[in-house]
Design a protein around this ligand. Structure first.
Ligand code: GLC
Length: 740
């Protein structure tokens, strides 16, 4: 009896003791049992074979064999409860049965897709953004995914770069707020929750500053600019608990990000004390040979691991080179141990050692497919991401009893396109998309008619459909044109030198305009486009980005006024490509133009107005908002006081609506030149028609800090302009003095 009692006690304490053992202790114990090859194996990631998101050169049989031998730590692009389960079973055949991590690009939704991320940023709605990632994480984790390669927090000022579609635009403050909201959404109640996925802050760093907006191109800037503009979103998401980082393809000041000790070791892992792990972007370790920074795979592996790249995505370099480098004494095993520890820690935190199959659950997966709640949210998020750029004579909103409407353009009956770039390729998704045509038709009264003509293709010189489109327009009371760029014309490796509507779309628009019919133009895009003629000649324009599964319903909700649009541009829209880069928070220069047409020895183009087509933060509403009575608690502040700013906002129009009230500052003089404006706050306010409310902001010296030429981060005494308004140009200003 005594022995049995003792055994029972031991088993209870034994279990509770192991449960009490910290993850750190469990990782140390595991590491102590691992061979060098098994440790390096944890640093290896391959893509699945059905669906590659980069130039793939892995042989499936070899990969499966290496998984069984414990030489693979993670797979990407393996999706679904069944497939992840089968891969996990292979991993559990290895000597130490270390489970795999499954990663995927869950960028703007999963089975329910949401607006492309630049469109989401146009909502300026942190709550909606966080909720969209919460839903995406719930759907993805139900499909066996542990880890999303998101949020992309690259600040980008150049719309020629196709990847602006997956970011939050040009502003550091807005991009930082949105990045943190995404981390909260993805990781939810914390790693280990069944509906949480590991986030991945990418692409570290400054990928959006590629010269010429050409993807994968070099980045060269002062460390001051790097710290002032491009790094703050990364630091904020690291502090918000981002589980992982992904480095970028570009070199920064001559050193590829993949082996850039300054950002990976000095900043991220030392100064920021980051405990997660860094995965290389697809093949970027091996690409250091092409960069001319490593003479071969061996040197590439050595430089990357020493700099702080922990996991090798699809370079096939770490597995072949690191054991050799350690045995030759060129790489201390402590670097391998550190990387393996970081990766194993995440696997423990995700509960994968307790149950490697906990996320591969067919029942949960089934529940998540076509989830009506998620679709309802997607419909709302889509309409809240749209930006009303023009509405002359209040053509919009349209009446649902309009007798005949013509929808004309290449995107009206598109299905897949509405997903935008970076939507996971599930074969049956197209049947679930609400097309623009169906969305509009579903809301029209039964006595109304919706005509459709494609008019042209998205990107060729075929004009053969023009005549039919013109005839269709002539039969209508109002024409809705749906133009822009194809969904796969923005995204990775999609830089464009010409940002006009592709193909013959603008010619078609001009032909339809000749009919004299009232026209509403919808612009579908993943980036700012250049459409000067349309902006000057078409009375109503709505930027619809690519809105995801519920696109057609979101669009109809706005066109018919069920939803009053409130989107604001997260990027400046240039008048022409030659004006790029053009962004709101620029420096003043010694010869600023005095007005848009000033050409007299000033910093301006002789052939173009010195203003953007549409400014950062711009967006209209079906109602009108009036700003008045801007007041400050003081215009002379000292030290750590707080500046209280108040403005009265009135809805003076005839629709209830939302307004994004924006707060900017200007530091008039500094140790280094300062931007003419900096966004320091925003509030999205709903007002019923006729309603007024005081909107209040606070600023402290923390909001005035900047990096000087010696990388000191501090503020200085001096004069500041405080500005509040509806966009970055249309503001009310008050000047203050603030001394330290
Ligand atoms: C791609 C992208 C990166 C993505 C990764 C995995 O090349 O640059 O954003 O997460 O590979 O698909």
């Amino acid at each position: 009896m005594k022995k049995r009692y003792l055994l029972l006690l031991l088993s209870v304490f034994g279990i509770s003791a192991s449960a009490q053992k910290s993850i750190d202790q469990r990782v140390s114990e595991l590491l102590s049992k691992m061979t060098l090859e098994e440790k390096v194996g944890q640093l290896v990631q391959y893509s699945g074979f059905e669906y590659a998101t980069g130039p793939q050169n892995s042989n499936s049989a070899t990969v499966l064999d290496e998984i069984k031998k414990g030489k693979v730590g993670s797979m990407l692009n393996v999706m679904g409860a069944e497939e992840t389960r089968s891969f996990q079973k292979l991993a559990l055949q290895s000597r130490l049965k270390i489970p795999l991590l499954f990663g995927q690009d869950v960028i703007h939704g999963y089975r329910t897709t949401f607006p492309v991320n630049l469109g989401q940023a146009a909502s300026w709605d942190l709550g909606l953004i966080e909720k969209s990632e919460r839903i995406a994480a719930t759907e993805a984790s139900a499909y066996g995914i542990h880890w999303t390669f998101a949020p992309m927090v690259d600040i980008a000022r150049d719309p020629r770069w196709g990847r602006v579609m997956e970011g939050s635009g040009e502003d550091t403050y807005l991009g930082t707020q949105i990045g943190v909201a995404r981390i909260k959404g993805f990781q939810g109640k914390g790693l280990g929750s069944l509906d949480a996925v590991m986030a991945c802050a990418k692409h570290f760093a400054a990928y959006g500053a590629a010269v010429g907006g050409r993807d994968y191109n070099s980045v060269d800037m002062s460390l001051r600019q790097l710290n002032e503009t491009y790094l703050p979103p990364f630091k904020a998401v690291a502090e918000a608990g981002a589980a992982t980082f992904m480095n970028s393809f570009n070199d920064i000041n001559g050193i590829p990000a993949t082996a850039n000790k300054y950002i990976l070791r000095n900043l991220l892992k030392d100064q920021w004390n980051y405990k997660g792990f860094v995965v290389s972007d697809w093949g970027s370790i091996g690409e250091m040979i092409a960069h001319g920074y490593a003479k071969d795979k061996t040197e590439a592996a050595e430089k990357a691991i020493l700099a702080g790249s922990d996991m090798d995505m699809e370079s096939h370099v770490y597995m072949t080179e690191l054991p050799k480098l350690v045995k030759e004494g060129k790489v201390d095993v402590k670097f391998i141990d550190d990387a393996a520890r970081r990766i194993l820690t995440k696997k423990f935190e995700m509960g994968l050692f307790d149950d490697p199959f906990r996320f591969s659950n067919e029942k949960r997966q089934k529940e998540q497919l076509n989830n009506q709640e998620n679709r309802k949210f997607g419909r709302e998020f889509g309409s809240k991401s749209m930006v009303l750029l023009k509405n002359q004579n209040n053509i919009l909103p349209l009446s649902k009893s309009t007798k005949t409407i013509a929808l004309i353009g290449p995107f009206g009956k598109e299905t897949t396109a509405n997903h935008g770039f970076w939507s996971v390729a599930f074969k049956d998704d197209n049947q679930r998309i609400i097309t623009q045509f169906d969305g509009i038709k579903n809301q029209l009264d039964k006595h109304s008619t919706l005509l459709y003509a494609k008019g042209c293709n998205a990107d060729d010189q075929d004009r053969s459909m023009f005549a039919e489109a013109v005839e269709t327009a002539k039969k209508a009371d109002v024409v809705i044109m749906t133009l822009g760029e194809g969904h796969a014309m923005s995204g990775e490796a999609k830089s464009r030198s010409n940002l006009h509507f592709s193909g013959v779309q603008e010619e078609l628009l001009k032909e339809i305009a000749k009919t004299g019919k009232p026209i509403v133009l919808m612009v579908n895009a993943g980036r700012p486009l250049v459409f000067d003629w349309a902006a000057d000649n078409i009375p109503a324009i709505v930027y619809t980005w690519w809105l995801g599964t519920e696109a057609g319903n979101s669009i109809a909700d706005v066109l018919f006024g069920t939803v009053n649009p409130a989107g604001k541009l997260p990027m400046t829209f240039p008048r022409t490509e030659g004006q790029i880069p053009v962004y709101y928070n620029h420096y003043n220069t010694g010869r600023p133009a005095k007005n848009p047409t000033d050409r007299n020895y000033v910093s301006a183009y002789i052939d173009l107005d010195n203003t953007p087509k549409f400014p950062f933060g711009y967006g209209l509403s079906y109602t009108q908002f009036k700003y008045s009575d801007m007041t400050l608690n003081s215009s002379d502040l000292k030290g750590n006081q707080t500046l209280n700013i108040s403005v009265n906002l009135s809805n003076t129009g005839s629709y209830d609506g939302e307004e994004v009230v924006q707060l900017y500052i200007r530091d008039l003089f500094g140790k280094v030149v300062r931007p003419v404006k900096e966004l320091k706050g925003f509030q999205k306010i709903f007002l019923k028609k006729g309603e007024s409310r005081n909107i209040n902001f606070k600023l402290t010296p923390e909001d005035l800090k900047f990096f000087d030429d010696e990388l000191n981060y501090d503020w200085e005494s001096g004069e500041f302009d405080i500005m509040i308004g509806t966009n970055s140009q249309d503001v009310q200003t008050k000047r203050i003095n603030w001394v330290k």
